[in-house]
Structures are given as C-alpha cells and as structure tokens.
Design a protein around this ligand. Structure first.
Ligand SMILES: [Zn+2]
Length: 135
C-alpha cells in the first residue's frame, strides 16, 4: 500500500470493523484497521478514539465506499426475504413478526468484563404477543 491512506468508516467495535475489512478484502481492496487493538483491549475507549477506523488507499476510496454503502440494502433484502417466508409466531401463530438484532449479550459482557464477548444475535419478535425467538 504505497499511496496515501484515507478513512472510509469508523465502527464502535472491532467486530464490525473486521466485517467491513473482510468485505473489502473479498473485492480485492487492501485495507487496514486503526485503533483496533486499543479498542479491543478497552472497549470503553471506542468513543474517545472515534472508533475502529477502516482505511484504504486514496485511489480506491470510491469503490470502497460503494461496497460499504451497498451493505444496508443487502441487509434490507434479507429482511424482505424473511418477511416473504410467511414466518409465524410459535406462541400465538400471528404472521405479524419483525426481524431485529439482539445486542443485549454484547452489552452485558461489556458491563461485566469491559469488552463485548458475545456477538449480536438475529432474532424475530411477534408484534402481536411480544414473544421473541432466535433464528
Ligand atoms: Zn405471538
């Protein structure tokens, strides 16, 4: 990476930054993480340091940003796909369910240990009876 490096995103956890880095790697874009190890050692410093930064060579910034910004629409497609599968609540059989990411495990381990150990979990919730389940 001989060129000037520019930040294309910053993330509150090393986990999120590594996901983006892996995505960029898959499309042949070299990237590096800044403050990754420091924030891994003490997650509470994430806000102070501005998060874990993902940097790419300046000449690849446009392509990298296109790839990063494409991610939410993929996630939306995944949610739409779930909505079309006709999933019903196991408790009340209502088809009025929604997808969400449960971050409570990450938050609890951060409170106890000082860093998040458990990843976020994909779950569905029934808007009819409030039942939540893992998918
Ligand atoms: Zn229900």
């Amino acid at each position: 990476m001989p060129g000037k490096l520019v930040t294309v995103g910053s993330y509150s956890t090393s986990y999120e930054a590594n996901l983006v880095k892996s995505g960029l790697d898959a499309f042949g874009i070299d990237s590096i993480l800044i403050d990754d190890h420091t924030i891994n050692a003490n997650w509470a410093w994430s806000n102070l340091l501005g998060g874990v930064k993902v940097q790419v060579e300046e000449s690849e910034i446009e392509y990298a940003l296109q790839l990063i910004e494409a991610e939410p629409s993929d996630e939306q497609d995944e949610k739409d796909a779930w909505a079309e599968t006709g999933i019903v609540c196991p408790t009340c059989s209502s088809s009025n369910t929604r997808y969400f990411l449960d971050k409570s495990g990450s938050f609890l381990t951060w409170l106890v240990l000082g860093f998040p150990v458990l990843p976020s979990v994909s779950k569905r919730a029934c808007t009819n009876c409030g039942h939540k389940w893992r998918i």
